[in-house]
Design a protein around this ligand. Sequence first.
Ligand SMILES: C[S@@+](CC[C@H](N)C(=O)[O-])C[C@H]1O[C@@H](n2cnc3c(N)ncnc32)[C@H](O)[C@@H]1O
Length: 320
Amino acid sequence: MTGFERWSTAMRRALYGPEGFYRRELPGHHFATSAQTPAFATAIAALVDEVDERLGHPETFTVVDVGAGNGDLLFHLSELLDARAALVAVDLRPRPAHLPERIAWRQDPPERIEGLLIACELLDNVPCDVAVACDDGQPRYEEVNEQGETRVGDPIAEADANWLSEWWPIKAEGDRAEIGRPRDQIWRNLTDRLASGTALAIDYGHSKDRRPEGGTMTGFKDGRETPPIPDGTRDITAHVAVDSIGADRIEPQHEALKNLGLNATRPPLALAYRDPTAYAVALANASATARLTDRSGLGAQWWLRTDRGGRREIPSPPTD
Ligand SMILES: C[S@@+](CC[C@H](N)C(=O)[O-])C[C@H]1O[C@@H](n2cnc3c(N)ncnc32)[C@H](O)[C@@H]1O
């Protein structure tokens, strides 16, 4: 493939095609995510408790991780949650050999979910198109080739034009926008499967009052940011328009994790003398939490949360 194609086609091929990046590569070899850290799983276990309580402790509580990558989050959760929690990983990648049998691995999400559905850094990898405003003020699709060269393509289709005018209007010649409609659709498809419980997407993103000029399409390879060349050698990602997703609640990760009990305070030095192992563990947890809540890094990610049903019946007090 040497010709030009729309960004969504180029991303799909370069990330998920037969020679695609995610068919071969592990996310953790190229970039750091929250889900790779055990301390993050501690917070998600606290969220599971909260949702389980709200649902009135159903017989089975399912945790579904969509876009599970190497299965890190569910691996850590399998050490924290009791057997009542069913653990289901969903990813296009093959099942990693090291995962315990308890974790189911599938390519498609279950039809019906009662529990917690989580998607960490999934939406920013959902292929999307780029629009560019032309000299007549009208947006057209930007096209890209395997060398990363771009050119202006066809006029924007009606559904995408409607999305742009509602969520990311561009008018001045050369203005660019990433069309978030496929992310909205995937999230709607996932939350439609949630019979009761909570769906949580976690991603870097922006809202209408602060769209990044020129967009955010970026590559990642071997721990470095690179140009977004869709040649299959690197991750290609674009931040999420978090307000168009339709979540009930949006909050930054640094706040969400603190509310779930993560604490970056260093342990007292006295503990090092009394119990050096406990001190080392507490110090490692504090630095992991500091990384997860760093407002200029992972802590700036957005938690997009949708809650469904399951409000527990509160029994009336006895009359006598
Ligand atoms: C950036 S990685 C995130 C991995 C992991 N959640 C983490 O935070 O470390 C995105 C993952 O989503 C997977 N993915 C992308 N689109 C998907 C889809 N439609 N269904 C299932 N998995 C998908 C990719 O294969 C990749 O493993």
